[in-house]
Design a protein around this ligand. Structure first.
Ligand SMILES: [Zn+2]
Length: 321
């Protein structure tokens, strides 16, 4: 009789353990389905960040890092580094959380909240919980308030306060940097990587063609002396925009031609320049897409021709406009 009792007790214990293992497996599955796309590198989160980003909690109002900050710059996803908001779209709402009346196009996803009332906003790329969006409050002309937890984001200020900023990819960044640095009104050109999927890529990783990164340059310029349009025209004249995913001897998607716009005006101008070239009969392969986080390349790539002397092997100036 005693044996039967112990056997039954053991059976109950086994069933309970199995149940709880399956329950936690189910929860993990749900978290993974919501959060992680397979080719995205996810940053490690602290318990406080996880409570908001994964478990969809809310930080207390007036406590976050960014609710009353209005420094020019870009707000990126804490979990995957995707650009989410720019400071130009931030406004004082008085609610105690960072408020934006527009997100970077295509980077923030809206979906019905589980509470059945509100609309949740998440990072389009990795699914990180950001907060909620409210419409019809008449707070700004766009009539929209993205109410975002500071802890879901990381802010990077513009490195040169009043400078204009542009990002171009047109083959090997040594050559693009060489020509753009010489253009009047240009303050600084940084060679780097953008448009890819993992944090902090190395040159070797970019060359593996598995990260989707393009070799690119980040240009800071004085808007009183030059403009995005003038630099865009130069960009099309120092590389061959008709080549697809290559530039001369350099072959692969890291050498693609692409303009990463940082605001809507740049998008419009880039599209107009392409249309102008197409009217002249050029079959332009240049893509136009929203700016993603720019990762400066290793030190030895910066100012390559300035340090080594000589002229670019893969870029030559050709008048096209
Ligand atoms: Zn993200």
């Amino acid at each position: 009789m005693k044996t039967v009792f112990w056997l039954s007790a053991l059976l109950v214990l086994v069933i309970l353990c199995w149940g709880s293992i399956m329950l936690s497996y189910g929860k993990n599955q749900e978290a993974n389905d919501n959060q992680v796309q397979p080719d995205i590198e996810i940053n490690k989160l602290t318990p406080a960040e996880k409570a908001v980003i994964i478990d969809k909690g809310t930080e207390r109002p007036f406590t976050g890092k960014y609710w009353d900050s209005f420094v020019p710059g870009v707000y990126y996803c804490r979990q995957c580094d995707a650009p989410l908001y720019v400071s130009d779209d931030k406004f004082k709402s008085g609610c105690g959380w960072p408020s934006f009346d527009e997100a970077v196009p295509g980077m923030v996803k809206e979906q019905p909240d589980k509470d059945g009332v509100r609309t949740e906003i998440t990072c389009q790329r990795c699914g990180a919980h950001l907060g909620h969006v409210f419409k019809g409050e008449q707070m700004t002309s766009r009539n929209t308030r993205h109410c975002v937890n500071s802890i879901s984001m990381i802010f990077i200020p513009d490195s040169s306060k009043d400078a204009g900023r542009a990002i171009f990819a047109g083959g090997c960044f040594w050559g693009v940097q060489y020509y753009l640095e010489k253009a009047p009104g240009v303050i600084k050109v940084i060679a780097g990587y953008t448009g890819g999927t993992k944090s902090n890529p190395t040159y070797e990783e970019v060359c593996s063609h598995k990260t989707k990164y393009a070799e690119a340059v980040e240009v800071f310029f004085d808007p009183k002396k030059t403009s995005f349009e003038m630099l865009g025209r130069l960009f099309f004249e120092i590389h061959d925009p008709t080549q697809v995913e290559r530039q001369g001897p350099d072959i692969g998607n890291q050498y693609r031609s692409e303009i990463f716009y940082v605001n809507k005006d740049q998008k419009k101008i880039a599209e107009e320049l392409i249309a102008e070239l197409e009217e002249k009969g050029l079959k332009v392969s240049t893509k136009v897409g929203p700016a993603t986080r720019f990762w400066p390349a290793e030190k030895y790539h910066q100012g390559w021709y300035k340090k080594k002397g000589g002229k670019p092997y893969c870029h030559v100036y050709i008048k096209r406009f």
